[in-house]
Design a protein around this ligand. Sequence first.
Ligand code: CA
Ligand code: CA
Length: 307
Amino acid sequence: MGRLVRVSKEHVFYSFDPGTPPAAKAAPGDLVEFECLDALGGQVTDERQALESIDWGRVNPATGPVYVDGAEPGDALAVRILSIELANQGVIVTIPGEGALPHRAREARTRICRIVGDSVEFLGFKLKARKMIGVIGVASSEKPPTGTPGRHGGNLDTRLITEGATVYLPVEFEGALLGVGDLHAVMGDGEVCVAACEAPGRVLARVGVVKGLAPRWPVVELGDSCYVLVSEEGLERAVKTAVEEVVGALSKALGLDWHDAYMLASLATDVEVSQLVDPRKTVRVRVPKDLVPPVELLRALASSGSR
Ligand code: CA
Ligand code: CA
């Protein structure tokens, strides 16, 4: 079932612009293998390398885009992440004036991390690897740079976008034009210093289309939960939008009035931080699947109308 479509790292782009010519075509059910550069475009491989010398026009490359047959505006593109394979070395950097503590970050520093099996070695500390995808998105009329997260997905930097997860993205243009990049060997929620263990590698995903159920914001399904991912310029605004979205969805899906849905959200959903350091901050709200099954959640998120 399904062909294997390969997209090499020669096909990278830097903005989720609907005008970007597709690098490949896939049909629902096909497997797509994305070969990805790291977030620095593979430009930094040595700790002595000065970050000042890199070409900032080549950071955050996404591989693709992939045109998915049958994906039309108003549909959800479903991307199931089957595997993430990484190189045996990653890099983390500090950048002056960046991260959650921009006033303290004065130095551009590079550290190479070794990736050995299930571990990431940083300064002699052995960390458990948590492979994930930083950038996954579809074309948007906003033409967002690949370093910016939003309704289209993009630089979501959410560690739950990992093997076994399904990412649902709202299709705005025919074919969706899916891109993937910015793989991480490990990252904590918040990504506080502005970078993770940035590594090149390959992602194998199965693409699908859920007709007519484009959520207003990306949804990630993983394990026993779904997560609604909202990215806004300020963290507080992101939290408000995300909670509003989920309360509206609970109300719609479960037939509750707003105040009852508000209380249920307070009891049964979790507000979590994905990242604090990108041009927009990303938060997620966890909704247990036994409360609202994924398709019902998508339906409620697609149809609850703008408030
Ligand atoms: Ca990122
Ligand atoms: Ca990254």
